[in-house]
Design a binder for this molecule. Structure first.
Ligand SMILES: [Zn+2]
Length: 194
């Protein structure tokens, strides 16, 4: 039997976009509801899996969970607003961008014999750790065709994805999870009607 979203491991990376994967850390309806961010450490673990924080980072700054939840709620309402011509507050995202801004330095790279820009985290506080996610959200909201940002069509799944398929007809968060599940359900419904 195909797995339901509730039995999938948390966190998921099905969005093909950092900001959408971040929004997807809370998903599902009813009994399938999942919250991936439960403490500061779970946010650090997610940032490492998302490859925006090095694996050797130790500890978890105070207030990380609180700021991550605020940023996620803000990202959700900004995405909804952008897709429906609505309006949403931008304060939290701007706060993370400003407080967590990276240091950029020009460096000579002896190996390739060329200059390069090196970006570095200034601090190890909550805003600095979440800054890449806020940057990802900026990219999503200003640089992405939002009609290609959709939610999984399964009635009990809320996961977002950026449709990067050539045909632009992606329907599911993942074929293995919701795609097969919904196809089995549709097949049963057809059988029943016969
Ligand atoms: Zn789904």
């Amino acid at each position: 039997m195909p797995e339901s979203p509730s039995s999938q491991p948390c966190p998921l990376f099905v969005g093909d976009n950092l900001a959408l994967d971040f929004i997807n850390t809370q998903y599902g309806v009813g009994a399938s509801y999942r919250e991936c961010f439960v403490d500061d450490a779970s946010v650090v673990a997610w940032l490492k899996l998302a490859q925006v924080l090095p694996d050797d980072f130790h500890g978890a700054p105070r207030g990380l969970l609180k700021l991550a939840l605020e940023l996620r709620a803000s990202a959700q309402s900004m995405l909804n607003a952008a897709k429906s011509d609505g309006e949403a507050a931008v304060d939290v995202v701007n706060l993370v961008l400003e407080a967590g801004r990276v240091a950029k330095e020009l460096e000579w790279d002896g190996a390739s014999k060329s200059f390069r820009v090196v970006t570095q985290r200034r601090h190890d506080d909550a805003a600095s750790l979440l800054e890449p996610v806020a940057q990802g959200l900026v990219g999503l909201l200003t640089d992405t065709q939002l009609e290609l940002v959709r939610q999984c069509e399964a009635h009990d799944c809320t996961l977002f994805f950026h449709d990067l398929t050539k045909s632009r007809r992606r329907r599911w968060c993942s074929m293995a999870a919701c795609g097969n599940r919904m196809k089995v359900a549709a097949f049963r419904a057809r059988k029943k009607a016969e």
